[in-house]
Ligand binder design. Structure first.
Ligand code: PHE
Length: 445
C-alpha cells in the first residue's frame, strides 16, 4: 500500500554512501581506537575483522533483504516478515534508536565544540581539565541541542533531498580528511611505536569470551546493525540492486575508515608518549590525549586538529541522521504522521532524553552499555532467528540481483547457526556488563 508513495533513493551510489555514512561515525574514530587499546592492540583488530565478516556482513544482508522486501520501516517490515508478534522487535529497534542518538548527540556535540575551538582559538593547553569542564554542563547541553537541530533539519528534508544529498557531499570529504591525516601521522617521529602496538599481535588476548563479545559488539555498533538502520535504508531501494555486493562494499568501507582512523590515532598518541592516558578515561580518551598531541605539534597541530575533529563531526552527523530516520520513518509508516512532524517530534523527544547525558557522564556510559551494546546484540540475535528459522523465504529477496546460489545458502546457514551462537555469548557478556555498570552507579564512585 505504501509502496507507491514511498520515498526512494535517487541513485545506487546515493544509497551506498548514505549507508556508509550511517556506519562510519564515532564508532570508527572514538570507540574503535579505545576498544583496540583496551583489548590488547592488534589481536583485537584481527578478531574484529573476523567478526565483521562472520556476523556483520550476514546480519547487514539480512536487514537489507527484510527492508527491501517489505518496503516498510522496522515495525511494519518485521510484522510482514514474521507476523504480528515480531512487531515487538520493531518497537525495540525504535527504542534503541532513541537511546543511542540521545547520548551519541552529546558526544557529537563535544566534537563540534572541539572543531570550533580549533578554528577560533586553538586547543586548550590543559586538555584534561578542558574536557572535564566542557564535557558536561550547560555548554555540553547547548552543543547537543545544536547538533540535534542540524540532524533534524536534514531528516525533515527527506530521503533523497535530505539524507542522500548530504551523504553525497560529506562522505567523500570525510574519506579525504582521514587519508590526509594518516599520511601526516606517518611523518611524525616516534610513529613507529604506535604502528607496532596497533598492528603487531601479542597472543594471549585472543580467545577470551569477553574479547570476542567486545569485538562483535563493536562490529554491530560500527556497522549500524541490530536496530533497523540498514533495514530502513534498504526499504527505500528499488528492487534491482545486488544486496550482497552492497553489504560487502559498505562493511569494507566502514572497516577501512576505522582501520585508517587507527593509523591516525595510534601514531599521533605514541609519538608524544601519551599512550598511558587512553586507558584512564575510556569516554574521554579521544578528547584528551589526541588534543594534547595536537597542542604538542605547535602550529601544525591546529590545522591537523581541525581536520581530525571535522572528520569526526561529519561522521557523527551522517550516523545521527540514520538513527533519527529509523524513528522518523516508523512514525510516518506506523503512526501516519507527515515527515516534518515525525522528524521534529522524534528529534525533540531524543533531545530531552539526551539531556541527562550532557550533565552526567555516568548516565552517558549507562546508555551506551544498555543500547549501544546490549540492545544491538539482542536486536541482531532475534533478526537472525527470524531470517534463519521463521522466514527463510527472505532469501528470495537476496536472489533478485544476485545469482550465486551457493553463497546464498552459505549465508542462510551462517545466519541460522553461527550468528545466534556468537550473539548468545555477546548478549550474556554485554548483559553482565550492563548489570555491573548499574551496580557501580548505585554504589557511587
Ligand atoms: N555506526 C555508527 C557509528 O559507528 C553508530 C550507529 C549505530 C548508527 C547504530 C546507527 C545505528 O558511529
Amino acid at each position: 500500500m505504501e509502496a507507491q508513495s514511498r520515498e526512494a533513493w535517487g541513485t545506487k551510489l546515493g544509497f551506498i554512501l548514505a549507508a556508509v555514512g550511517s556506519a562510519v561515525g564515532l564508532g570508527n574514530m572514538w570507540r574503535f581506537p579505545y576498544a583496540v587499546s583496551d583489548k590488547g592492540g592488534a589481536a583485537f583488530v584481527i578478531l574484529y575483522i573476523v567478526m565483521v565478516i562472520v556476523v556483520g556482513v550476514p546480519i547487514m544482508l539480512s536487514e537489507f533483504a527484510v527492508g527491501r522486501r517489505a518496503r516498510l520501516s522496522p515495525i511494519g517490515a518485521l510484522r510482514e516478515t514474521g507476523g504480528p508478534r515480531w512487531m515487538t522487535l520493531g518497537y525495540l529497534y525504535v527504542l534503541t534508536g532513541v537511546v543511542i542518538l540521545a547520548y551519541y548527540s552529546v558526544i557529537a556535540g563535544w566534537a563540534m565544540r572541539y572543531t570550533l575551538e580549533a578554528l577560533l582559538s586553538g586547543f586548550s593547553t590543559e586538555p584534561g581539565q578542558y574536557f572535564e569542564r566542557s564535557s558536561t554542563g550547560v555548554g555540553a547541553a547547548l552543543y547537543h541541542i545544536v547538533f540535534m537541530g542540524i540532524t533534524i533539519s536534514i531528516v525533515v528534508g527527506g530521503v533523497k533531498a535530505g539524507i542522500e544529498r548530504v551523504s553525497l557531499v560529506l562522505m567523500p570529504v570525510l574519506f579525504l580528511l582521514v587519508v590526509g591525516l594518516a599520511i601526516y601521522a606517518a611523518t611524525l617521529g616516534g610513529a613507529g611505536a604506535g604502528y607496532s602496538f596497533y598492528l603487531r599481535p601479542r597472543l594471549g588476548h585472543f580467545f577470551s569470551a569477553s574479547t570476542l563479545a567486545a569485538a562483535a559488539s563493536q562490529a554491530f555498533f560500527s556497522l549500524s546493525l541490530g536496530m533497523g538502520a540498514m533495514l530502513t535504508y534498504a526499504s527505500y531501494l528499488k528492487r534491482d540492486e545486488n544486496l550482497p555486493g552492497s553489504a560487502a562494499a559498505i562493511s569494507f568501507s566502514d572497516f577501512g575508515v576505522a582501520f585508517v582512523g587507527g593509523l591516525v590515532v595510534f601514531p599521533v598518541i605514541f609519538a608524544f608518549g601519551l599512550q598511558g592516558e587512553i586507558g584512564a578515561s575510556p569516554l574521554g580518551a579521544l578528547f584528551i590525549s589526541v588534543p594534547r598531541a595536537f597542542v604538542e605539534m605547535g602550529a601544525a597541530g591546529r590545522v591537523v586538529g581541525l581536520m581530525f575533529f571535522t572528520a569526526l563531526l561529519v561522521g557523527a552527523l551522517t550516523s545521527a541522521i540514520s538513527l533519527l530516520e529509523v524513528v522518523t520513518s516508523s512514525l510516518i509508516d506506523h503512526w501516519k504522521l507527515d515527515r516534518t512532524r515525525a522528524a521534529l517530534g522524534a528529534g525533540l523527544v531524543i533531545l530531552f532524553v539526551g539531556l541527562p547525558c550532557a550533565y552526567d557522564l555516568n548516565v552517558l556510559g549507562l546508555f551506551d552499555a544498555v543500547a549501544g551494546e546490549f540492545f544491538l546484540g539482542v536486536g541482531a540475535f532475534f533478526l537472525a532467528l527470524l531470517v534463519g528459522w521463521r522466514a527463510p523465504e527472505v532469501a528470495d529477496e537476496v536472489r533478485r540481483g544476485f545469482s550465486r546460489e551457493a553463497l546464498i545458502r552459505g549465508w542462510l546457514w551462517v545466519v541460522r547457526v553461527v550468528v545466534p551462537i556468537i550473539l548468545a555469548v555477546v548478549i550474556y557478556d554485554r548483559g553482565k556488563n550492563v548489570l555491573q555498570t548499574i551496580q557501580s552507579l548505585i554504589a557511587g564512585p
